[in-house]
Design a protein around this ligand. Structure first.
Ligand code: MG
Ligand code: ZN
Length: 226
């Protein structure tokens, strides 16, 4: 029984990787760089996008907004006048708690890929399975907010290990919390030594310029911007 289950999971991930490669080809053909944006629920993904997407200095950005249900986050981002496509994993996809390559693929015809330089895919809030499913992205970014505890890298190592940038959000709250930032960063380095990290606050704007610059750097394929 157990062996069969392992085999099924492995095959599902193989199938996912095949579709992720097809997405990757479409992104390359259109000249789009893609960020898979992940975190636990409530860490501040949408707020961090609201802070930067309206002003990326000429970088044409689109957003794929993944949620189990509803369009609350997509509605928030629609005010920024960038193309936003809402993906709901429920009920058509069984209320999945992550985006996989196939769900992303169903949204591609709704996106003006040829007119974009950068696509941000806001994943479903979850620190577990989003880390297992590649969707064709160039980079993986995760948000870890300081209200979540310093032990998260040790509890969810795959998420931390497979990301290219850790945004430590809500740092404006540090004076009000018993939170050891050094301990968090030490734990991050335990699972992904030296991974890039930015200390940010979507609320006060601290660190937001660095986050904006990082995103623009990903989109800047030819190195011609800034
Ligand atoms: Mg959100
Ligand atoms: Zn899931």
């Amino acid at each position: 029984m157990h062996r069969t289950k392992v085999k099924v999971v492995a095959e599902a991930l193989d199938a996912n990787n095949t579709i992720a490669a097809a997405n990757r080809s479409d992104f390359d053909r259109a000249g789009v760089r893609v960020v898979n944006f992940m975190s636990a629920p409530g860490a501040g993904k949408t707020a961090l996008l609201e802070r930067v997407l309206a002003d990326l200095a000429g970088v044409r950005v689109g957003v794929l907004e993944g949620d189990v249900q509803g369009s609350i986050d997509a509605d928030r981002l629609a005010g920024l006048h960038v193309p936003v496509v809402q993906l709901n994993t429920s009920p058509g996809f069984g209320g999945e708690c992550h985006l996989d390559a196939n769900i992303v693929r169903t949204a591609l015809p709704s996106l003006p890929l040829d007119d974009l330089d950068l696509l941000v895919i806001e994943n479903v809030g979850n620190l577990v399975c989003p880390a297992e499913f590649r969707v064709g992205e160039d980079r993986r970014v995760m948000v870890c907010s300081v209200t979540e505890g310093e032990d998260k890298p040790l509890k969810y190592p795959l998420m931390f290990r497979t990301c290219d940038l850790v945004l430590v959000n809500k740092i404006d709250l540090l004076p009000h919390l018993e939170y050891d930032l050094d301990k968090l960063l030490y734990n991050v380095d335990q699972v992904n030594p030296g991974v890039e990290r930015l200390l940010v606050s979507a609320r006060t704007g601290e660190g937001i310029e660095s986050w904006r610059a990082w995103l623009m750097g990903i989109a800047d394929r030819e190195g011609t911007l800034a």
